[in-house]
Design a protein around this ligand. Structure first.
Ligand code: 4AZ
Length: 504
């Protein structure tokens, strides 16, 4: 084995090495090819005795840069077989082979993960993939049980119950529905509460929900997940009705009378779900109460500030800083796994250490259901303590404004936000400008009233400036992150239940 080294050095830098085959190449063209037989030849040309007479002596100046091409060959090397030479360098060989194997394996695994999960279910952020048919089959195949989460959802305007099996969503017929199933479903949706089960005629619900109807076989109670039940396919749903579910009283404003109109200053009880999120005592963002334990906000509000101890949540207030009410302590902060510090998936959840008591000035807002669409032009409300002009100070009083929803088509026009609006965002505001959310309103609600129930359609996320023409506010679209919200709430609520069981 031989190596070729190309070095650029001055004459003085060159070490004295045994290089019987040294070629000296100088930039001036002086050249010396030294005989193979010459041993212990200093490479600096000072030894003239071994040089054959017919080769002109080379005398490069001591400071002249020289490029040396040095094939380090000796006779032993020439005599040895390739195998023997390889053995002489087994350490290098071992390192090289290991490196090649490691690189090949990582590439292989990386590609494998990317490819093999196609058509399969990926266990959370891990590299494990399981057969799609095993998702929601009642047995946990993923390490953290992710394959058995998000197996129940509420869909459409009337909160129809749907269960998932092998990636297929099926609407639950009311025939064999029980309160016990309703309670189990609410637990799976991340609630600690259950309000009521009802039914809706099949033909009154959205057409896409009418297709696959199933009945759940529930002979006896117990802590069983809904999708673990025997799912009986129903060609006809005898009752002609599907199960609808309510897990929490939400979206009401019991203390607010709409006859009191106070410009854009909000009245106590007008936005009872609105909270102020304060970091080390300073208002940073807004948020919305969705359950007694959970506040929904924007990921960018807590990204890099995810130490719960630094945060305080103020609920039931209209004036900052908090006016006597004690800050609620934060137990956990989770932001969307796909949030990367940019604009997409700008959503986070804060879990409160102690649950909120709902009293009229503190109330939760409803989450929308899966598949609910909000028409362009629907008038919704934004609220917050944010700046009243771009770059200004936070407002002391809670302000609010009515804004129409803007279609993504309109919001991505060349003069608005071309290429910037993803499926997880929704725009709202006026293209002529004048009314908008601003710095400090982030994380707060974009709330729309639907048959007297208020739903959280968006969370204030971003915009260019505030209230400028063609630059409306952009909000995180809640329907896009419903399964993430449900999973987080279900997992943490389950953890809490387990802790309570083990503590007793
Ligand atoms: C912000 O920085 C922010 N005009 C929030 C909303 C908007 C702009 C900026 C929308 O929190």
């Amino acid at each position: 084995m031989f190596t070729i080294e190309v070095v650029s050095v001055t004459e003085e830098d060159l070490p004295t090495v045994e290089t019987p085959n040294t070629l000296i190449v100088s930039p001036l063209g002086s050249f010396a090819a030294e005989p193979t037989a010459a041993a212990a030849e200093p490479a600096n040309g000072q030894s003239e005795k071994a040089r054959p007479e017919d080769v002109p002596p080379t005398a490069p100046s001591p400071s002249m840069p020289i490029t040396k091409v040095q094939p380090f060959l000796n006779e032993d090397d020439l005599r040895k077989s390739v195998w023997e030479r390889a053995l002489d360098h087994r350490l290098e060989l071992l390192v090289s082979v290991t490196a090649v194997v490691v690189i090949t394996l990582s590439l292989g695994i990386g590609l494998g993960v990317g490819l093999s999960c196609a058509g399969k279910f990926r266990c959370g952020a891990s590299s494990k993939c399981i057969e799609a048919l095993l998702q929601c089959d009642g047995k946990e195949q993923c390490e953290n049980g992710e394959d058995e989460l998000s197996c129940v959802r509420l869909s459409g305007r009337s909160s129809v119950v749907q269960v998932q099996r092998a990636g297929l969503w099926m609407t639950v017929c009311f025939d064999d529905w029980t309160i016990w199933l309703g309670e189990s479903a609410c637990r799976q949706l991340g609630y600690n509460s259950y309000v009521a089960s009802s039914s809706s005629p099949v033909n009154s619900i959205e057409p896409e929900l009418q297709y696959i109807l199933v009945s759940l076989d529930s002979p006896h109670g117990g802590v069983v997940k809904l999708h673990n039940m025997t799912i009986i396919s129903k060609s006809q749903c005898t009752s002609g009705k599907v199960a609808t579910l309510k897990c929490i009283e939400c979206g009401f404003r019991p203390q607010y009378t709409s006859r009191i109109v106070g410009g854009n200053l909000s009245r106590p009880g007008q936005f009872p779900w609105q909270v102020s999120l304060q970091n080390k005592g300073e208002h940073m963002c807004g948020g919305s109460i969705i359950t007694p334990h959970w506040i929904l906000t924007a990921a960018h509000c807590v990204y890099g500030f995810s130490n719960p101890v630094e945060w305080g949540v103020y609920a039931g207030i209209t004036e900052l800083p908090g006016h006597g009410s004690a800050a609620l302590e934060v137990d956990k902060i989770v932001y969307h796994a796909r949030y990367k510090g940019k604009l997409d998936y700008d959503i986070a959840l804060l879990k409160l250490r102690t649950p909120l008591l709902f009293n009229g000035s503190v109330e939760p807002i409803c989450l929308p259901n899966h598949g609910e669409v909000y028409e362009d032009g629907t008038m919704c409300w934004i609220s917050g303590w944010g700046a009243t002009e771009n770059g200004g100070e936070s407002s002391v009083v809670l302000r609010s404004a009515v804004v129409p929803l803007i279609s993504t088509k309109e919001c991505t026009q060349p003069d608005v936000y071309p290429g910037l609006i993803s499926a997880g965002m929704i725009c709202a505001g006026y293209l002529q400008g004048g009314v908008d959310s601003c710095q400090g309103d982030s994380g707060g609600p974009l709330a729309c009233e639907d048959s007297s129930v208020w739903k959280l359609v968006g969370a204030t996320s971003w915009g260019i400036g505030c209230a400028d023409a063609n630059k409306p506010g952009v909000y995180t679209r809640i329907t896009q992150s419903l399964s993430w919200i449900r999973q987080e709430m279900e997992v943490r609520t389950r953890e809490e239940t387990l802790q309570a069981i083990t503590a007793n």
